[in-house]
Design a protein around this ligand. Structure first.
Ligand SMILES: Cc1cc2nc3c(=O)[nH]c(=O)nc-3n(C[C@H](O)[C@H](O)[C@H](O)COP(=O)(O)O)c2cc1C
Length: 187
C-alpha cells in the first residue's frame, strides 16, 4: 500500500535578506522524499503581535494560519538569538497560537531545524521552543532535529545547500516528520 501524501508547511524565523535560515528553507522542498510536499510560508508581512489587532487578523497572519491548518505538519527553521529562538520565530508562534480554542497549532506535528554561526547550531533555540509546543498542544519530532553549525560553510555563493551532512539530516527530518504526521492523523 502506498503511504498517504503529506504536506509540511514551513517557515524560517529571520527577515534579513541574506538569512541562512531562509536559505535552508528555500532548499528544503527539493529535499522532500516522494509523497511529501514542503510548502514555505512567507512571514515577511506579519506584524508584531498586538492583541488589539486580533479581530480581524491582518491578512498575512490569516494566510499563515490557513497554510498551517491545511498542512499535516509544520517545520520551524529558527535562528538562535541569545541562547533562545529569534523574536521573529516567537512572533509567528504567538500569532499562530490564537485564538486558543481554534489554534492552527493544536494537535499539529512539528519538526525543528536551524542555522547559526556558533558551534551548537541553534540547539538552545530549539530547547527554548519546547514549552510553547506543550502549551499549544503540538507534538514535537525529536529525532532528528537539524543543527547547522558554522552556517557560512553550508551553502555556496548562490544560496545552494552544499553540505552533504545537512542535506541528509534534512531528508531524514522530512521523512520522519511525514511518518510521524501519518501516525498521529486522526480519522
Ligand atoms: C541578537 C543576536 C543574537 C545572537 N545570538 C546567538 C546565539 O545565542 N547563538 C548563536 O549561535 N548565534 C547567535 N547569533 C548569531 C546568529 O546565529 C547569526 O546571526 C545567524 O546568521 C542568524 O540567522 P539568519 O542568518 O537566518 O538571520 C546572534 C545574532 C544576533 C543578531
Amino acid at each position: 500500500m502506498t503511504a498517504a501524501p503529506v504536506t509540511i508547511a514551513a517557515f524560517a524565523g529571520s527577515l534579513r535578506k541574506g538569512s541562512y535560515n531562509q536559505m535552508l528553507l528555500r532548499n528544503t522542498p527539493s529535499l522532500a522524499p516522494a509523497g511529501v510536499t514542503v510548502a514555505p510560508i512567507d512571514i515577511s508581512g506579519i506584524p508584531l503581535f498586538n492583541q488589539d489587532m486580533e479581530e480581524p487578523p491582518p491578512p498575512p497572519v490569516a494566510r499563515m494560519r490557513e497554510a498551517i491548518k491545511a498542512a499535516d505538519a509544520l517545520l520551524i527553521i529558527t535562528p538562535e538569538y541569545n541562547w533562545s529562538m529569534s523574536g521573529v520565530t516567537k512572533n509567528v508562534v504567538d500569532w499562530a497560537s490564537r485564538p486558543p480554542d481554534d489554534s492552527c497549532l493544536n494537535d499539529k506535528c512539528v519538526g525543528l531545524a536551524g542555522c547559526s554561526r556558533g558551534y551548537f547550531g541553534t540547539a538552545r533555540a530549539k530547547i527554548a521552543l519546547l514549552p510553547c509546543f506543550v502549551f499549544t498542544g503540538m507534538h514535537v519530532l525529536d529525532d532528528p532535529m537539524v543543527h547547522v553549525a558554522h552556517e557560512e560553510n553550508a551553502f555556496d555563493e548562490t544560496g545552494l545547500l552544499t553540505d552533504e551532512r545537512v542535506k541528509s539530516d534534512m531528508q531524514e527530518l522530512l521523512t520522519n516528520l511525514a511518518a510521524f504526521a501519518r501516525r498521529m492523523k486522526r480519522p
